[in-house]
Unconditional design. Structure first.
Length: 244
């Protein structure tokens, strides 16, 4: 792993130390450690079975590790703290939307779940920001895949989280929807949100991030700043790293 933690940098918003997850004899995570500062965007590349989704599930409180620690925005990610849940958002290829509810009803449900002030105003504002205001009263089941993903982003950012986790968010999106998602992620990055994204799409992943990791067999084999990477030869670097 190439990048060393910088002791002179600002206090990390994410601190992950020696995370390990065992499923019986299978070790899904094997001592993953990294720090991120506020506003960092980390893209994690790796093949299927590398442990990327397991890592995201642990950091978002959906799964407990076998050992290790994770602090996010000052809260222990392993305790299932409600204050932590109010500071993170999750976007994946599964949209976590209720198909028979309208877009507005979906966001109202989550606004009330997060106990937000003026839930209807927050939901409508978020729908408008996603460009779905003319379809707000349509059931989500008739939305295209791209529209559902736009609504999923609205859901994940409704409560103004400081950290966003994105697990293969480009899966199943057409070119128009992919470009729309990239634009939204650019905006979130400029807004100093901290983002962790897993993806197989090397082009999209490199385009938006400022840190890159390669994960395989439960370990980070590579972690580096994007400005120290030759993007043109990264695919070769990726392949060679996995073969080591």
């Amino acid at each position: 792993m190439n990048e060393q933690n910088n002791p002179t940098s600002s206090h990390p918003i994410i601190q992950v130390q020696e995370l390990r997850k065992d499923f019986g004899y299978l070790q899904a995570l094997s001592g993953v450690s990294f720090n991120l500062n506020k506003g960092d965007f980390l893209t994690i590349f790796g093949p299927n079975g590398a442990g990327k989704t397991t890592l995201i599930k642990i950091l978002t409180g959906l799964m407990r590790p076998t050992s290790g620690s994770a602090i996010i925005d000052g809260f222990d990610a392993l305790e299932g703290n409600s204050m932590l849940r109010s500071r993170i958002g999750v976007i994946s290829h599964a949209t976590c939307l209720y198909p028979d509810l309208t877009a507005l009803e979906n966001l109202l449900f989550y606004a009330k779940l997060y106990d937000l002030d003026d839930p209807e105003e927050r939901a409508n504002k978020s729908i408008c920001a996603s460009g779905l205001q003319l379809r707000r009263h349509d059931p989500v089941r008739i939305y295209s895949r791209g529209m559902q993903q736009r609504l999923a982003i609205a859901r994940a950012t409704l409560h103004d989280p400081s950290v966003l986790f994105l697990d293969e968010p480009f899966t199943g999106l057409d070119l128009t929807a992919t470009n729309g998602l990239k634009n939204k992620l650019h905006d979130l990055h400029k807004d100093k949100r901290t983002l962790i994204m897993t993806t197989h799409d090397i082009s999209c992943g490199l385009e938006m991030c400022d840190k890159v990791a390669i994960q395989n067999k439960g370990k980070f084999l590579f972690l580096e700043s994007i400005d120290r990477i030759d993007r043109e030869s990264f695919e070769t670097l990726y392949t060679e790293t996995l073969e080591k």
